[in-house]
Design a protein around this ligand. Structure first.
Ligand SMILES: [Zn+2]
Ligand SMILES: [Zn+2]
Ligand SMILES: [Zn+2]
Ligand SMILES: [Zn+2]
Length: 308
């Protein structure tokens, strides 16, 4: 659909679909494979074996994740992580001996002395961290992959921005538009039926970057409202370099919103709940739509610019 043209985009999806999105992705991240390719010794204690060997020692034999305190061992010295200790019902996964509550303090101490590169090294992160702060960093690392910004669907695709742009185009059939100004029309035949609706995402390509325009209907308290907002496909720091306006009106009245696009690091739901966008009460939206107040016919005009 070309900017300015258009017809109804009625992709109505359930809200519940993305309720646990943040949780789900972070646990996926925790399960990811650690950087095992760290062959060089990154400042470890002199005289120690290479990080790689120690790394293997720290790998839980059951879940293959790196172990964090408390690390347990059986009377024969086999180690297991605290999560798996519960899962294997206290029986050593290696020798079947009863596990008990013997901590492996030596290994916990060895871990403390390790320094490892961030697991997002392949995406460009150059940082090296003490073992116990590595995980915390990785959760917030600016090189970590982004979640798919498509709203309303359970989508667990993650990746860098070029990958996600291709994914939105190919898998979600999202409209892509070039240019920093747009004119978008949202139409729904029976506006009263629109409860918790998410319209299909539109992506704008300008300044060599991509912006996602979201539009949806939901209840703010008891009041039915429509909301439009923009998210930037990149991190927060970069998002702050841009501004945008959204305008909607009719019958000689106009509502304008000026804001800063939010990074897609912030989930669609988070942005919506923080009300960081153009909010139109349903009554006003129907007034803007003209006609018999049954049909929603909103024209949202917008502009994106880069702050100097
Ligand atoms: Zn484990
Ligand atoms: Zn054992
Ligand atoms: Zn990092
Ligand atoms: Zn997706």
């Amino acid at each position: 659909m070309a900017p300015g043209g258009g017809y109804c985009k009625e992709v109505i999806e359930s809200h519940i679909a993305y309720a646990d999105y943040d949780m789900a992705t972070s646990s996926v991240e925790l399960r990811g494979s650690p950087c095992r390719k760290a062959t060089t010794s990154f400042g470890g204690n002199p005289g120690m074996t290479s990080n790689n060997d120690v790394h293997e020692l720290l790998e839980c034999p059951v879940c293959m994740n790196l172990m964090y305190p408390p690390i347990y061992q059986c009377p024969n010295g086999h180690t297991v992580c605290s999560n798996c200790k519960v899962r294997v019902r206290n029986s050593c996964p290696t020798c079947r001996h009863e596990l008990g509550n013997i901590r492996c303090l030596a290994l916990e101490k060895v871990a403390e002395s390790l320094e490892l590169p961030c697991r997002h090294q392949i995406f460009g992160c150059q940082d090296i961290f003490p073992y116990y702060s590595k995980l915390k960093h990785e959760k917030n690392c600016k090189y970590r992959p982004y979640n798919c910004p498509y709203a309303g669907a359970e989508c667990y695709v993650t990746g860098d921005i070029p990958l996600l742009v291709r994914h939105l185009k190919n898998d979600h059939k999202v409209d892509m538009h070039d240019g920093s100004t747009f004119n978008h029309r949202y139409v729904k035949a029976n506006a009263q039926e629109v409860e918790n609706a998410t319209w299909m995402l539109t992506v704008f390509n300008c300044f060599g970057r991509q912006f996602c325009l979201h539009f949806e209907a939901f209840h703010l308290g008891n009041a039915p409202v429509y909301m439009a907002f923009l998210r930037f496909m990149g991190d927060e720091e970069e998002a702050r370099q841009f501004s945008y306006t959204l305008e909607v009106g009719g019958n000689g009245r106009k509502l304008t919103w000026q804001g800063i696009p939010r990074s897609i690091r912030d989930s669609h739901k988070k942005v919506r709940d923080s009300q960081d966008g153009l909010i139109i009460q349903r009554n006003l939206a129907l007034f803007f739509s003209g006609g018999n107040r049954q049909e929603l016919k909103l024209k949202v005009a917008g502009r994106i610019w880069k702050e100097q």
